[in-house]
Design a protein around this ligand. Structure first.
Ligand code: FES
Length: 517
């Protein structure tokens, strides 16, 4: 089996029974904020795109690059489709010209022509990707690969059952806006960033330890930020609170916990994998590449400046009545939302500036009033969440009829946020669901989930606790750690105060716990 690194979460897997291209991403994503790092735009995409199978793990724009898929990927390729509750991924791929689809069933091994075996595990909670994220397992001729991507399964048991995995590809770096966009003192931001960075690595070590694959490949990040206003997010300033460590940092940290089987793939690196060996060639020495990271980024910044400028020129649509358009789109959804509206529990304010981000003058303030089921002008009231961003970005979202603001505005990091009290996941879940189909799905999921998490118990230290984590149902008999009166679920690091049951990480999500007598 041959694995070619094609940048970020992308790779091409070649076997004697056919080739699979995964998540090819080249063009900037999220309002031209994220670019693949290292630059992969100079690869021979005509050849790479001439494949038998295409796997797009999910619809996040750093995995689903419509322009690139349209231009470079053979439409003869059969799409290996994860089993998602909505048909959006398939619909969007069909629109790009793909016609051959193999619909997999989650957690089921499928045998394709020539004995190529694949299994896709689909994760389908409202907080997984843009309603759905997935991992791809491949086996040919006794060699097994798990491309876990940026998916966060509660455990890797299903993959372990299928035999020793030889190559495990997984995310290790950040892919979110927290804590950078929050309006916090610098020291607090650094402390939160450091916590986040540590947690990302801890989670990665746990997955690696779970699977115990022969070789580990750090993939799916970090992106790089080439616009001047976002340049500081690149991890080149020695900031310990930066959440975007790169592959060379991964190798250093992995060595500290005893890891000796890591392999970094640059765009164009090729690993030849057998049941016993992994041999890798690189287009340029890896250490040398990372030693010159800053220069690589600076050159890339210069090359991509016209791309960013062209995108920016397309965002402004001042003729749009933003308040009226948001009323029309959001009010019917507020009316139908039970769990998410209740979960948000208060008004959310959007301050819109005259720039392309949080800087500049505020020219309009709008409130999405969840209890009042209304979108209206801001009224000098107290709000729990406030976002500040460019009016032009909202105009653009309205113009392109965007139904997922996480997969566009929030991941762009072109905003600032302030909140009173805890993180509230429902705020982001709601703005991911600005379409009838998604809203209904998410509401249904929360409804079922509420009932399911209540059912079973487990024993943790002196406590009898509900077995499933109130966040995303992780099995607390595996992931729960009790320290005094605080339970931490190690899957995403959420904390719960056991005597009161209160979630210390996010609003809502109470846990049922009782001290054993
Ligand atoms: S499942 Fe996310 S913290 Fe428990």
């Amino acid at each position: 089996m041959r694995i070619t690194g094609t940048g970020h979460a992308s790779m091409r897997i070649d076997t004697a029974a056919g080739s699979i291209l995964c998540d090819p991403w080249v063009n900037p994503a999220y309002f031209a904020s994220w670019f693949p790092f290292p630059d992969n735009s100079l690869l021979d995409w005509e050849t790479l795109g001439d494949v038998d199978y295409l796997y797009v793990s999910h619809l996040h724009r750093d995995h689903f690059d419509a322009e690139h898929l349209k231009r470079f990927i053979s439409k003869k390729a059969t799409v290996l489709l994860p089993e998602y509750p909505t048909s959006q991924l398939e619909d969007e791929l069909r629109e790009l010209g793909f016609t051959s689809f193999f619909k997999t069933r989650s957690d089921e091994v499928h045998e394709l022509d020539g004995g190529l075996k694949v299994m896709i595990q689909a994760l389908i909670s409202p907080t997984d990707g843009p309603i759905g994220d997935s991992s791809l397992w491949v086996e040919h001729d006794g060699v097994r690969v798990l491309n876990q991507n940026d998916a966060r399964p509660t455990d890797l048991t299903r993959f372990n059952e299928l035999g020793q995995v030889h190559a495990h590809m997984l995310q290790f770096s950040g892919a979110i806006w927290y804590p950078m966009v929050y309006e916090l003192p610098d020291a607090a931001k650094t402390a939160f960033g450091k916590q986040k960075r540590d947690r990302q690595f801890d989670r990665t070590w746990r997955y690696i330890d779970d699977l115990k694959a022969d070789h580990v490949f750090p993939i799916a990040g970090p992106p790089c930020f080439l616009d001047d206003t976002l340049w500081q997010f690149n991890d080149i300033f020695g900031d310990e609170g930066n959440i975007f460590p790169d592959q060379s940092v991964f190798m250093e940290e992995y060595a500290k916990v005893g890891g000796t089987n890591g392999i970094v793939l640059l765009p164009g690196s090729v690993t030849t994998l057998t049941e016993k060996t992994a041999e890798t060639t690189h287009p340029t020495p890896v250490d040398e590449f990372f030693a010159n990271k800053q220069q690589h980024l600076e050159e890339m910044r210069e090359r991509k400046a016209p791309v960013i400028a062209a995108e920016k020129a397309s965002w402004r649509h001042p003729e749009i009545d933003v308040l009226g358009a948001l009323k029309k789109r959001i009010e019917p959804l507020l009316e139908e939302s039970i769990y998410m509206a209740q979960g948000v529990g208060g008004p959310v304010r959007f301050d819109l500036t005259d720039s392309f981000g949080p800087d500049g003058e505020i020219i309009e303030s709008i409130v999405v009033d969840f209890p009042g089921k209304q979108v209206r002008p801001y009224n000098d009231e107290k709000v729990r969440y406030r976002f500040k961003t460019g009016r032009a970005l909202i105009e653009h979202l309205i113009h392109i009829d965007e139904g997922d603001w996480v997969n566009s505005l929030f991941l762009s990091c072109r905003f600032s946020a302030a909140r009173i009290g805890q993180y509230n996941e429902y705020v982001y879940a709601f703005f991911k669901c600005l379409s009838e189909e998604r809203l209904q799905y998410a509401e249904g999921w929360y409804d079922e989930h509420e009932k399911a998490v209540e059912a079973e118990d487990t024993q943790l230290g002196d406590w009898t606790v509900q077995r499933r984590c109130p966040h995303l149902k992780a099995d607390l008999s595996r992931f729960g750690v009790v320290d005094g009166n605080v339970l931490t679920c190690q899957l995403h690091g959420w904390k719960f105060d056991l005597p009161s049951g209160r979630c210390l990480t996010s609003v809502g999500h109470k846990i049922r716990a009782e001290k054993n007598s």
